[in-house]
Ligand binder design. Structure first.
Ligand code: NAD
Length: 421
């Protein structure tokens, strides 16, 4: 099994910089601009003491990396995972800058996280970690400067704790300080399903471009968390056949397509996929190698690497997760003619609807779910069009088509705004 904790040939930050170099060549960017784009504006590391339920005190390392805010305030997810470290967070912060730029959000990129395994902590311990981390970042997070959002192992509950802690530290209620909150405390409808919906919209745009449709398509999804489960549900509703899914406890396969509704009911009760009797159990890794039309990695990064890229059979890979394909494997997939819809496009739905939440919160005017979904669809369609224009005119892969668009806009803004002082 490939895990993010396993040493990768190239780490997340090196990968992000190599991709930037490749893009810099295509855009003919000078060295100064490349260095600026490849370096984060600010890196904050904290060491938070937290009292455990047994009375002991444990230290937790936390990070926030602000990559670039030339297009607007920083934004980006907060990840709770044992693999969280400075290089990974910095690389992911860069991806966030490109993602916001590609889909036209007035935001810059950031990422944060705490190195921990949430499954080893009680809910009260997790709350104390979240609140202490937020307090240590009280001068970093800000509705006008840096807005955190959910990522792996964080969701509406953690965003409500962040918003509440920051508001208490500053003496006023600040719903705009975090997005992905529950609707009862200023969240938006449609946010919890936004990333999965965005993945489905991304795939639908590609199929439309190819003159095909979702109905009947055979899809395998690795990861059945917030992203993978919603993606499976929406694909199933739109007539695709979800033939396999997996989570940390293993995989499930059904030739005729899984009954996703039934499976969601099962995981609501049992939390994990393990033990579900209406499908054939397979390993979590086997999901990656099945013969199917589309593979959607939706768990950790670096799942498709030099050691297994030759085993991928799906002709289309949609990157639901952040950076699920390593830099080297990306080249191997491209050589094999496998089309990869890149993360900065495919999983942008969460960032887009987080932006909607922030806009609605600042106007105190809330939209309906159909308005949210329609606007999301418009933005995804526009981003696809811009990416494809580069693919067609320059003969690029989808990834490089997206990068040229995204990095080009940030580079242009940097040039226009000039260098202060
Ligand atoms: P999550 O914690 O809700 O779910 C992760 C899932 O992956 C779980 O089902 C877990 O069991 C599974 N998993 C972990 N290791 C696995 C393995 N080795 N094999 C198979 N499955 C494994 O996280 P999420 O929010 O669904 O995020 C998943 C990915 O999507 C991450 O890369 C994240 O950065 C990215 N992403 C999420 C959002 C969002 O809004 N949630 C937005 C953009 C990108």
């Amino acid at each position: 099994m490939a895990t993010e904790t396993q040493p990768a040939a190239i780490n997340q930050l090196e990968k992000a910089r190599l991709q930037l170099e490749k893009c810099g060549d295509l855009l003919d960017l000078d060295r100064g601009l490349r260095d600026r784009l490849g370096t984060p504006d600010k890196v904050v590391q904290t060491h938070s003491p937290v009292r455990m339920d047994d009375g002991s005190v444990r230290m937790f390392a936390g990070y926030r990396v602000q990559h670039n805010n030339i297009l607007g305030p920083y934004t980006g997810g907060i990840r709770f995972h044992p693999s969280v470290d400075i290089d990974r967070i910095t690389g992911l912060a860069m991806l966030m800058t490109w993602q916001c730029s590609l889909v036209g959000l007035p935001y810059g990129g950031a990422k944060g996280g705490v190195t921990l395994d949430p499954h080893q902590l009680s809910v009260r311990e997790l709350e104390r970690v979240t609140r202490r981390y937020t307090t240590d970042m009280a001068q970093v997070f800000d509705p006008h400067k840096d807005i955190p959002s959910p990522d792996m192992n964080t969701g509406p509950r953690e965003m409500a704790w962040i918003m509440d802690t920051w508001s208490n530290n500053h003496g006023y209620a600040a719903p705009g300080v975090a997005t992905g909150k529950p609707t009862a405390v200023g969240g938006t409808v449609g946010r919890s399903s936004a990333t999965g919906r965005g993945v489905v919209l991304a795939l639908a745009e590609l199929l439309k471009y190819q003159g095909r449709e979702l109905k009947g398509l055979r899809v395998a999804i690795q990861g059945f968390g917030k992203l993978g489960s919603v993606t499976a549900k929406l694909l199933h509703e739109r007539g695709a056949k979800v033939v396999a899914v997996s989570d940390i406890t293993g995989g499930l396969y059904r030739e005729d397509g899984l009954d996703v509704k039934d499976l969601l009911g099962y995981t609501k009760v049992h939390r994990f996929l393990k033990g579900y009797a209406e499908a054939t159990p397979i390993t979590e890794e086997a999901v990656l190698y099945l013969p199917c039309d589309v593979l959607i990695p939706a768990s950790l990064g670096s799942q498709i690497h030099v050691g297994n890229a030759h085993r991928i059979q799906a002709p289309i890979v949609v990157e639901g997760a952040n950076a699920p394909v390593t830099f080297e494997a990306d080249h191997l997939l491209e050589q094999r003619g496998i089309q990869v819809l890149p993360d900065i496009f495919a999983n942008a739905g969460g960032a887009i609807v987080s932006y909607f939440e922030w806009v609605q919160g600042s106007q105190q005017l809330f939209w309906t779910e159909s308005e949210v979904n329609a606007r999301l669809q418009d933005i995804m369609a526009r981003a696809f069009k811009n990416m494809v224009a580069n693919v067609e005119t320059r003969g690029l892969s989808f990834r490089m088509g997206a990068y040229v668009e995204a990095v080009g806009r940030v580079a242009n803004a940097l040039t226009l705004r000039g260098l202060y002082p």
